[in-house]
Design a binder for this molecule. Structure first.
Ligand SMILES: [Mn+2]
Length: 367
């Protein structure tokens, strides 16, 4: 079990606190001061790793090494930027880091329309309504998210990135779903040799929400789309971050079924729950099944059944108990989430050892 951690000076939660959550043995982190396209030096990676290990935790993977937009829309500097990405992977490999989460969403990273919606129990959560997005100019999206971060900078919503929104939209005007997927496949084919050399598992994060917004294409939103990318580059290092809360934004997605279709290709799991008020209005619930719409037991069981052995982490938590921190990334509710997921895992593990017939076979392992 792991927790996401943003590094010294960027996170309101300390490694010492994370170390005290039962069963949490590592963190997933990033070099927050780097920009997409920059090479991460081996020295900086080494220092980050040492900071984590000195606190008694493992550095279990990177989330994220962001992919520059110019790679996504295939601008003139794409090859140079991919060379830089390869060099970063090489430096991560030399530091014995074997998991990299990334996404391939144009312009915007994940999107929510509220960062502190109040729930009946008084907790606050991130929420999304399609109506709010439909009534919003993309430029204003940054202002509305930026003003509500409790003094933190949220991943994917860095001010310098926001400043270029208009120009970026222009660059993507001829990029449709097919072109964006071709650009992803081009990127993957170029980075696979360094991943093979250092045994680095690339784990693509699904798009959030799982449909096109502001007219930008989305290519990782459902089972069919993720398999297109898996099949195009059939290398185990081309893998998946299974994020329940992102695939789950579309109620058409059968989450356990997506998991069971990807044995050997899921390298990282984000497990969380959503509460839908309508298909176009959802909020981030507590991890417990009964607080939202997902059957968390079935999600964890599917991961267990396919032999998933990568890092798993709770995802966005509610703000509870008066905590002030980065929306979604406080300590308390994520600690509750980690403990709950660990409980499900232990129960499933022990019941299957006692009754092996409870284990369901994975789908055809070629998929
Ligand atoms: Mn996620």
């Amino acid at each position: 079990m792991t927790l996401r951690w943003y590094g010294p000076g960027h996170d309101t939660v300390t490694l010492e606190q994370i170390r005290q959550i039962p069963g949490v043995t590592g963190v997933i982190t990033t070099l927050y001061d780097t920009k997409p396209g920059e090479v991460w030096s081996q020295e900086a990676i080494h220092d980050l790793k040492k900071t984590v290990e000195d606190a008694g935790l493992n550095l279990s993977g990177i989330e994220s090494v962001n992919v520059a937009d110019e790679i996504k829309y295939a601008g003139p500097n794409r090859d140079k930027l991919i060379d830089n990405y390869i060099e970063t992977l090489e430096n991560l490999g030399k530091e014995d880091i074997h998991l990299v989460c990334y996404n391939f969403m144009p312009v915007f990273d994940w999107t929510r329309t509220e960062l502190a919606r109040k729930r009946p129990d008084g907790s606050t959560v991130l929420a999304y309504t399609q109506e709010a997005v439909d009534n919003l100019d993309p430029d204003k999206m940054f202002e509305s998210i930026g003003s509500d971060m409790n003094g933190t900078v949220m991943p994917g919503w860095e001010p310098e990135r926001m400043a270029q929104v208009k120009e970026l939209f222009e660059k993507y005007k001829d990029v449709d779903e097919e072109t964006l997927r071709e650009n992803l496949i081009y990127f993957l084919k170029r980075i696979m040799p360094v991943c093979d050399k250092y045994d680095i598992n690339m784990a693509i994060h699904p798009d959030d929400p799982a449909w096109p917004i502001f007219g930008l294409p989305r290519i990782i939103t459902n089972k069919e789309q993720i398999h297109k990318v898996m099949d195009a580059v059939p290398n185990k290092h081309n893998g998946v971050t299974f994020c329940a809360g992102s695939y789950g934004t579309s109620l058409k997605n059968d989450l356990p079924d997506i998991i069971r279709s990807l044995p050997g290709r899921i390298h990282f799991a984000h497990v969380r729950n959503l509460k839908f008020n309508s298909p176009d209005d959802f909020e981030e619930a507590a991890h417990l099944s009964s607080d939202g719409n997902f059957d968390m037991y079935e999600i964890v069981k599917a991961l267990h059944d396919i032999g998933f052995d990568g890092p798993i982490r709770p995802d966005h938590g509610r703000m509870i108990w008066g905590e002030i921190g980065m929306p979604g990334y406080g300590l308390y509710d994520r600690a509750l989430g980690a403990t709950y997921i660990n409980g499900l895992w232990e129960a499933i593990d022990k019941s299957e050892k006692k009754c092996p017939e409870l284990k369901e076979p994975a789908e055809n392992s070629e998929k």
